[in-house]
Design a protein around this ligand. Sequence first.
Ligand SMILES: [Zn+2]
Length: 432
Amino acid sequence: MNIRLKNAVIMPKAGAEAFRGEVQIADGKIVYAGKQNDRMYFAAEREKDCRGNLLVPGFCNAHAHSAMTLFRGIADDLPLREWLFDRIFPLEDCLTEEDVYWGTMLAAAEYVRGGTTAVADMYFFHDTAAKALRKSGMAVALCCGTNDIGGGDVKEHLKTMESRYHAYEGKERLKYILGLHAEYTCSDALLEGTADLAATLGAPTYIHCSETLKEVGECSVRRGMTPVEYLHKIGFFDCGGIIAHGTYLEKTDIELLKEKNVTVASNPSSNLKLASGVAPVYTMLKNGLRVALGTDGAASNNALSMFREMYLMSCLQKERMKDAAAVSAESALSAATEAGYAALGFNGGEIREGKDADLVLIDLDAPGMRPRADFGKSLVYSADTSAVLMTVAGGHIAYEEGQYEIGEKIEEIYRNTERCIKRLREAAEKRA
Ligand SMILES: [Zn+2]
């Protein structure tokens, strides 16, 4: 559909000057972003008057476990180990494809309600998750999160990974990223096998890494190396990639990641709520490492709001460095937009001709956006998802003023997620 978004104030990217103008969208791409020009002909099937509100690039959630929305609010205020092993794993053992579908649909609703237009999703039943997320038009990177902590044939794991990688090759706004759950949940054979596979395919990798002090300490005792040093040594990052968390990174880890063009997908809310720590984001940025932002799953966060991640990314660094200038609002906005897109290899994060039409209309009459000051600062420090008027993902209007266009009715999503979690709890109790 050809869409014309007129009478807007456009902030083309983090830190850029905003200007009054319009955006024209054709076949999912931005074909014009500039000054308003009523005489210019553009055959739009939908023309929206933005009434002077603010258009910004859509957010990229660079680390999520979408269908974990099902587990939101059922295992809070617990230490990480108890949370994961006693509460989450027993429920995940009973997960069906249908659960993942409805849990992912609930996540899709929350994503577009909060202006998120791209996501890196690491969970089970990839095809089903992709089907659910793509209905909203979002760009989707399915991240492999395999582990063999409970056994399993390494060759089989690698074969599955490779065939999935090929199955998603060349797809528009949908890709599969090779990867593993974490160093501590995988055997050496699986870690090294994945590194070799990535090298053969020339593909980047994805992994949870250095999330807790315990993880880094145990790896250092076992291997005499940090998780980053070990993964670097076996060539896991030879074609680049993404690590989720990076809460505990040494200066040398940061150098190794930089050398291999690896992005850190930081998850400030999740790290805070699970008392894991505060990542050294200031040091990463200062050393030229790319930092993107993610929410992690809704069982640990518990929201999928990029507004909250931006706020925390910036403010936690101020406290960590005891310097209010440490990480600016612009840096946080850049992490939530262009850095995530660049890390996942999607064509967005900026409102510019030729980019995918992933953008968000922000209500400048939301109280948190008033009085009119620096839009970037207000977005990060005072706005929240309630300021989102409209989300366009891949040229598809997925959310607009209370209405969702994500492939399922919102009431159906709510009804089915309640049904799925009720069944899951009963199934997990029966097994216990
Ligand atoms: Zn995670």
